[in-house]
Design a protein around this ligand. Sequence first.
Ligand code: NAD
Length: 257
Amino acid sequence: MSLSGKTAIITGSNSGLGLGIARAFAAEGIDVVLNSFTDTEEDHALAAEIAEEHGVTARYIKADMSKGNEARGLIEAAGACDILVNNAGIQHVAPVDEFPADKWDAIIAINLSSAFHTTAAALPMMRKAGWGRVVNIASAHGLRASPYKSAYVAAKHGIVGLTKTVALECAQEPITCNAICPGYVLTPIIEKQLPDQMKTHNMDRETVLREVILVKQPSREFATIEQVAGAALFLCSPHGDQIRGTTISLDGGWTAS
Ligand code: NAD
């Protein structure tokens, strides 16, 4: 079955993995909705560029995933949702007893609760269309913990739980829900952590990447945006029909031990 003509909404897709997934989907003829909370000229230009390059409909819709009503509003504004990729995410690193409460709330809202709201709004559309895919971008941190990332690890474990529950609720329908668990991918969310890590460890960029960031990843290589996008496309293909409520790890062996 061709995915051409389906509509995919990808939350948090003006950079990094979300944008890469949108590009890969558009290359398969899927109409895409880009999203972020920023609403800049660049955001709209990205959508126009994708539409031009791949001959699909590509729209940018502003919605702040920290707000439940805006997350639901994104799906409603799009008007159709065959494929939902819950990707928006932020990070903050601090010991749990010093973790700022507002950062905790923001991470839980953006990385976890937004997926509840978008999924709740999208399922009736998928049921009406008689087909649907929910792909949640979790993380190796949905399966394993690291110190100083309490909110992120809690949110990502939470989204794995949400994934399983939604999959079971849709088990007798042509609608699947799965999570992709990448290890480290060199995107802005990682780039932003590098200056602090370089300072803390008194290391240059390359040493931090190799000895601090990639230390958890036995392959000592980053996963790529294209690999994550490829996994998302696989889940949306007919090969994914009976893949339900599970996690696909792309983590260089991180969770093998
Ligand atoms: P990124 O910083 O490039 O992307 C984050 C995206 O979320 C951006 O498009 C940003 O605009 C959007 N966003 C942030 N706050 C938002 C809000 N309030 N409302 C709407 N959009 C918002 O980083 P990324 O690595 O591409 O991260 C994408 C997802 O992948 C995240 O959920 C992240 O946790 C997950 N992930 C990343 C890695 C990695 O190593 N890069 C590994 C595992 C999982």
